[in-house]
Write a protein that binds this ligand. Sequence first.
Ligand code: NAD
Ligand code: MN
Length: 480
Amino acid sequence: MREVKNYIDGEWTEGKSETIERYNPADQKELVATVAGSSVHDVNEAVFAAVKAKKKWAQTAAPERGAYLQKVAHLFEQYADELAELATKEMGKRFVETKGEVYRSAAILRYYAGEGLRKVGEVLPSFDAKNLFFTKRVPVGVVAVIAPWNFPLAIPIWKIAPALVYGNTVVFKPALEASATGARIVELFAEAGLPPGVLNFVVGRGSTIGDAIVEHKDVDAITFTGSNAIGSEIAKKAAARGAKYQLELGGKNPAIVLKDANIEFAARLVVEGAMKQTGQRCTATSRVFVEKEIIDVFRTHVMEQVRRIRVGNGMDEQVTMGPVVSKGQFETVQRYIHIGKQEGRLLIGGGASDDVGWYIEPTVFDSVSHRAIIATEEIFGPVLSIVEAASIDEAIEMANDSIYGLSASLFTNDVSKALYFIEHIEVGMVQVNGETGGAEPQAPFGGMKQSSSGTREQGQAAIEFFTAYQTISIRPHPNM
Ligand code: NAD
Ligand code: MN
């Protein structure tokens, strides 16, 4: 059991708000953490510490800033098992998945450590021939990192690492459901010797301290990943006081299976896309459009794949799907399953049990209209809807008929159809013969429409949010 506290200006201090007990979603008897929730006062102290540290950190050589990230990457690998176990016990994802996330986080840290050695500007021609005319990327200042629980390691890291390497100081608030993992991440930065005040940590409910962070006049930028409801409120508050913001939000990600595809392969990846991490990925597959000629065969393969899934505690190697994260999520997903039974035909699953943990069966609905509630709203659980399509055009049209635009995949062996799909699908992350999930540190990640604020995270794209441009002219003395 861990006690989670604030980390402000290099000191761990007891949060001055309510104390919250957090239990393992796979085993409700196991107390994983007690969280001493931060108060508004704690938030103000954390922001103050970040402001105080801002100048010196911005003036630290970028390769030196990168070197801290290298050290943290090394520590992630050194403590991989422990970090993964903590994350699994805290939010329920399988150990192999959290362990994968540890290594992915290390890769992200190394990528951004390298950014400390790459260019931060360019020389431009000028209408004045003697002008040395160039751009320079400068830090934004104090960045608030507000993260969700579903990638408790990688999402905080893909925000914190670029924020730091480009010279910003940070106030980090993880989701309540990922507080202990968040605190452990911060401990590793401290162990790497990061100077006090550069990375500060507050914990608790968004409803208690969210506004204090978002509306603080000294928070220059807010990077948020989470739900659309919270994200759009943050955007309004940030815009009202002229703060920079970045939002990565929900999805309702479609897969399309054409009649020429390898159907068994497609079914395997669609089920994986839907059920991996218990469907709790922003890029999870939640709708699949299938050409009518192959829908019977596809359905059979889907059932076969789903029957193989073993639900249970993610620390058990035999288990292939963990619990959902919380009672709230358990109830939400069950509500959608109930709606689904009226909107379509329950093909497989539908059951749930809260005797030990928050367990829900992998669930597939068939004969669903693409306008049904279960086919339009983000469920964030192990629920897939199969929708029949008459053609690729109809499938793409239905796929695009959504407020979301995060990711999509197409299964086909016809390259012309793949090109056609790429041209017409309205999403940020496009997959051909792959599942809807997946991101790599060097590539921009994010969605279109209401899935994102239009900004992108990771890769070279991160510099756009975490720095501001200065455009500089230097002219010689007129006599020269
Ligand atoms: P959430 O919106 O409930 O919470 C996200 C974060 O916001 C948490 O840290 C929470 O404490 C905080 N928060 C809550 N109220 C706040 C307020 N009033 N002010 C400021 N912060 C506040 O999301 P979640 O339940 O943690 O995560 C699930 C959601 O995240 C899903 O909608 C999912 O699609 C989305 N998500 C998106 C991506 C992406 O990259 N697009 C990735 C992962 C998850
Ligand atoms: Mn939530």
